[in-house]
Write a protein that binds this ligand. Structure first.
Ligand code: SF4
Length: 280
């Protein structure tokens, strides 16, 4: 079995930065998971005494609160500050940018359209910065634009993990409906790099292992890309999920990982594939 790693994979700049910040603040808690990887979160807790809280109520018990990579809502940040917590902001700068754009453009009276997943904490955070909540819409496809009560001026931002092609389609549809459209490229390059490298590897592999949290949207995107090229694609969180039968009759195994996946998990996955396929 030939095992090959994607040319670009795993931790991005924002996640590396957030983990560095957390490691420097022992005896603190993160508000929401710092990154979408529960194994790494456990490591931070065991090795660096950085815990995890999910609610403002739980956060009350701690003095130092680290804001996760994908950010939190403006209201929650305000509440934490008003309670006198020491706030360490580990929000990725690429996520802070759309927050600032939404705040500024909504103050200027623009209707805000956000291309992203309403349920994702990053998008809930970004949307919360709008001063015009009744004129702020989050959509997942260009079809959802039909029927939106848009004003004459629209500002468009995207979730950092979205595909540029889909973003362009949304921009094209919007521009036909409004007098003025401001389009901000808030898609993150780290995501592109991992996606392009995954695509290149999937083309020449006959099985792809995609490593990352099950709720990590950028890992899911990598999985969908692989599905365009081959049937044998597996999205796993760690080496325990790997089955020997997946490799029957396969010769070239590609491995890639989402932006929240630490190297030690990837190394473990490769070691397990080698063990199961007797690769030395
Ligand atoms: S994928 Fe991009 S936006 Fe998300 S944390 Fe990493 S660097 Fe930041």
């Amino acid at each position: 079995m030939k095992i090959e790693l994607a040319k670009s994979y795993g931790f991005c700049y924002g996640v590396k930065r957030a983990i560095n910040i957390a490691e420097k603040h022992p005896n603190s808690v993160t508000f929401g998971p710092l990154i979408h990887n529960k194994d790494e979160i456990e490591r931070l807790e065991k090795k660096h005494q950085v815990g995890l809280v999910e609610t403002l109520e739980e956060a009350k018990k701690y003095d130092t609160v680290i804001i996760r990579t994908h950010g939190i809502t403006k209201e929650r940040l305000k509440r934490l500050k008003s309670e006198g917590k020491k706030i360490i902001n580990a929000t990725c700068p690429y996520v802070t940018t759309p927050q600032q754009i939404v705040e500024k453009m909504s103050k200027e009276g623009y209707t805000i359209v956000i291309f992203g997943d309403k349920q994702h904490p990053e998008i809930q955070g970004v949307a919360s910065y709008s001063v015009l909540p009744e004129k702020t819409f989050t959509i997942l496809s260009e079809d959802e634009i039909i029927g939106l009560p848009l004003g004459p001026k629209v500002a468009l931002v995207a979730q950092t993990t979205r595909k540029p092609e889909a973003y362009q389609r949304i921009a094209a549809k919007l521009v036909a409906r409004v007098q003025e459209l401001r389009v901000f490229n808030t898609i993150c390059n780290a995501t592109f790099e991992n996606q392009a490298a995954t695509e290149e590897l999937a083309r020449k592999s006959d099985i792809m292992i995609i490593v990352g949290g099950k709720n990590s949207s950028n890992t899911k995107q990598l999985f969908y890309i692989c599905q365009n090229y081959l049937d044998s694609c597996y999205h796993i969180e760690n080496s325990n999920e790997i089955k020997a039968a997946w490799f029957d009759g396969k010769e070239r195994c590609g491995v890639t990982a989402g932006a929240s996946t630490p190297d030690w998990i990837i190394e473990d996955v490769i070691a397990k594939i080698k063990e199961l396929t007797k690769e030395s």
